[in-house]
Design a binder for this molecule. Structure first.
Ligand code: DGI
Ligand code: FE
Ligand code: FE
Length: 399
């Protein structure tokens, strides 16, 4: 295997890092890219609002998911777990043991490459891995890099050096970016989910009041809760909820907010869900305690209300988005159905359900509920009383 190793402070990880990771991975045809945030030296005091190791790890994960490399990219906490700074040579030696048969390539930007000979044990580094140095322009790579490449190859004959230019790589200085974040800007230079995490954890001097977020702030914050593959579902639900709200006269802003937050706890496992329910005092029945699919609607509503201050209407739309209930409000119906028919959904009957939803909302709701009940029956899954209650209420009303 060809394995790339990309270390850095990633403080914070931004579009420049994401573009570089994606481009180098493609150009070198890497089978795997290991991203390794460096540790902070314990003796160095960090400015207030600096993320802790856990936060920098999560931030880097959220950012690197945006490369679209999927399983091909892994963020490792091996330097973060060690207190203080680690030497690249030691990290490479460790990786060499873990991957004895594989080809290692150390990725670095221009500034790092130009000072490589001043690092700790450059000779050992170059014997453990090839170096893939990237610049932003053709001129960067050729004029600046060729002298350094020749110098290194002369001094360390075993060196393997590969220089490449990444056109269009975003030129972002982390120092400048941190300054802009503190001024309430710079979000456009980050992966949306990473920016949302920064806002949510109030990192880098950001100070947004989570209970008063604008829609443009709530969106990235909501995405920061999700597994990467669920992002398109939630954005699709927001769009569909807006369309349904406009069609049936629900509040479009509330529809968007409920849609953005509706699956915010979906990523948590059963134990974490139960812990969340406990923490936010969310009442649960026995079936919910066992069925994670039912739980996430309840815990999601708990977090939405407690952390993001959603009003009763939005909170209830999230709370009942999985089962529905008797006597649903307009917003509850909109969210239940937007979740069901949003553009990325693909199952037999979805086209028909979409059509009905825009013709007669209650008919759409009844159809959706009946499809769910049939699905549960075929899977031998227990049907929640609220699901049946929702269906029966609609049936009674339509007869
Ligand atoms: O969270 P999403 O996947 O976007 O959608 P959702 O919140 O509507 O969850 C759908 C899942 O929930 C689906 O697998 C069916 C399940 N579900 C819906 N109603 C019931 C149910 N599961 C049980 N056991 N009982 C129900 O009444
Ligand atoms: Fe859901
Ligand atoms: Fe959903």
């Amino acid at each position: 295997m060809k394995i790339g190793v990309y270390g850095g402070a990633f403080n914070p990880p931004h579009l420049g890092h994401i573009t570089a990771a994606r481009a180098v991975s493609g150009l070198l045809k890497l089978d795997k890219l290991l991203v390794i945030p460096t540790g902070h030296p314990p003796h160095k005091t960090l400015p207030p609002g600096s993320p802790g190791p856990e936060q920098r790890l999560e931030l880097t994960r959220l950012a690197m998911e945006q490369t679209g490399l999927g399983e091909g990219i892994e963020v490792l906490d091996l330097e973060l777990r060690r207190e203080g700074s680690s030497y690249t040579a030691d990290t490479l030696a460790h990786l060499r043991e873990r991957y004895p048969e594989d080809e290692l390539w150390l990725l670095m930007g221009a500034d790092m490459f130009l000072t490589l000979q001043t690092w700790h044990e450059p000779e050992r580094i170059l014997s453990l891995a090839g170096v893939a140095a990237f610049g932003r322009t053709e001129a960067d790579t050729e004029e600046l890099f060729s002298v350094q490449r020749e110098y290194l190859c002369r001094r360390y004959p075993q060196a393997r050096i590969f220089t490449l230019s990444i056109p269009g790589v975003v030129d972002v200085s982390s120092t400048e970016l941190r300054k802009r974040l503190a001024e309430g800007e710079g979000g456009d230079l980050l992966a949306p989910a990473a920016y949302g995490y920064i806002l949510r954890e109030k990192l880098y001097g950001t100070a947004a009041d989570l209970k008063q977020l604008s829609l443009e702030q709530l969106r990235p914050v909501a995405l920061s809760f999700l597994n990467h593959r669920r992002i398109s579902h939630v954005l699709g639900t927001e769009q569909e909820a807006l369309r349904l709200a406009e069609r049936w006269g629900a509040d479009p802003d509330k529809a968007r907010r409920a849609a953005l937050l509706h699956d915010c706890t979906k990523k948590r496992n059963l134990a974490e869900q139960l812990e969340t329910a406990e923490r936010f005092q969310v009442p649960l029945d026995d079936m919910e305690r066992r069925e994670i699919k039912l739980l996430h609607a309840k815990t999601g509503a708990g977090i939405a209300a407690a952390v993001f201050g959603t009003d009763e209407e939005i909170t209830n739309a999230i709370r009942w988005h999985t089962t529905g209930r008797g006597g649903m409000t307009l917003l509850e119906k909109v969210i239940y159905l937007a979740d069901y028919i949003e553009p990325t959904r693909d199952f037999p009957g979805v086209e028909e359900l979409r059509r009905v939803c825009y013709e007669d909302l209650d008919a759409g709701l009844l159809l959706g509920l009946e499809m769910t009940i049939r699905e549960m029956e075929s899977r031998n899954a227990p049907i929640h009383p609220k699901t049946l209650e929702a269906r029966d209420a609609l049936k009674g009303q339509r007869e």
